[in-house]
Ligand binder design. Structure first.
Ligand SMILES: C[S@@+](CC[C@H](N)C(=O)[O-])C[C@H]1O[C@@H](n2cnc3c(N)ncnc32)[C@H](O)[C@@H]1O
Length: 279
């Protein structure tokens, strides 16, 4: 972990990196859908999303959990997905268009610190792995409270500590070793310590704030490039410039590092996420 962690979030750099990695997020969204759903459902449960709800999903990226929320909210509900970067939502819109009539969420570009929605417009707000990239978290929380109806609820999903997330940790070490450290992963772990998001939520006026950690261990088969999605989604902005040989060397470095963790032909991949709710 860098000694200056946590460093301030640079909003322009975040916008640039998400714009540069939008194609990778779109490409990996379908192959990762089953895995992603294991995180969507507890998040939607925590937010209390049920049929008929008006739901706002912030930082929807390639579409989740907005698409899953729309299936729950049903034809009597309304789900709006939103993201700072229009390019991130191209795939989200395409996936929504494939859904049944009446269930489709709508997607709109929006910075979560200045939301283009009326006060009290939503019953539930969700945000999976997005709040950590926003420089002014207080402004985002104030906007959330404004667009939630009285008695509404918000649920965030954030990453726990880097050391508890083997995919990021190992891929990040390999990238740093081959391409040099650029601290791309730091913002992901901004709210890794317990209380670090709960506290500003209380300050923002959320009455009941809860934190729940989820720590599954995924097992990946040794010899498979199961890490490719993480590499391309987290470091897409750095991969574009690599030659074919440099990319092959990087891939070999990642493989070597995961092989070192293998046990009987499988690689245990601990995951640590935290759901933080406010009502
Ligand atoms: C890690 S992705 C998460 C995408 C999706 N929710 C998921 O879990 O797959 C983070 C997203 O946050 C978005 N983002 C960053 N800053 C934002 C802001 N200020 N307002 C809204 N979205 C933002 C990025 O464009 C990116 O799509």
């Amino acid at each position: 972990m860098p000694d200056t962690f946590p460093r301030p979030i640079d909003g322009d750099a975040e916008r640039a990196r998400w714009t540069a990695s939008a194609d990778a997020w779109d490409r990996w969204a379908d192959p990762m859908a089953d895995l992603a759903d294991k995180l969507n459902q507890p998040l939607l449960d925590a937010a209390g999303v049920t049929a008929g709800d008006r739901v706002l999903d912030l930082a929807s990226g390639a579409g989740e959990p907005a698409l899953s929320a729309a299936r729950r909210a049903g034809a009597d509900g309304l789900v709006v997905g939103s993201d700072l970067v229009p390019g991130m939502m191209a795939g989200a819109r395409r996936r929504a268009a494939e859904m049944e009539d009446g269930l489709r969420p709508v997607f709109t570009a929006a910075d979560m610190t200045a939301l283009p929605f009326a006060a009290g417009a939503f019953d539930r707000v969700t945000c999976r792995f997005g709040i950590m990239f926003v420089p002014g978290v207080e402004a985002a929380l104030a906007e959330l409270r404004r667009v939630l109806r009285p008695g509404g609820a918000v649920a965030f999903m954030v990453w726990g500590p880097r050391a508890g997330n083997a995919l990021f940790d190992t891929v990040g070490e390999a990238v740093a070793a081959r391409l040099g450290e650029d601290h791309s992963l730091d913002p992901l772990f901004r709210f890794a310590a317990p209380g670090t998001l709960a506290e500003p939520m209380r300050t923002a006026g959320f009455a009941t704030v809860t934190e729940t950690d989820i720590t599954p261990v995924r097992k990946a088969p040794q010899g498979q490039p199961f890490w490719r999605a993480t590499l391309e989604m987290s470091f897409g902005h750095r991969l574009h410039a690599l030659s074919r040989d440099q990319r092959a060397e990087l891939d070999a470095e990642v493989t070597r590092r995961f092989d070192a963790r293998a046990q009987d032909g499988t690689i245990p991949l601990p995951i640590h996420v935290r759901i933080v709710t406010g009502a």
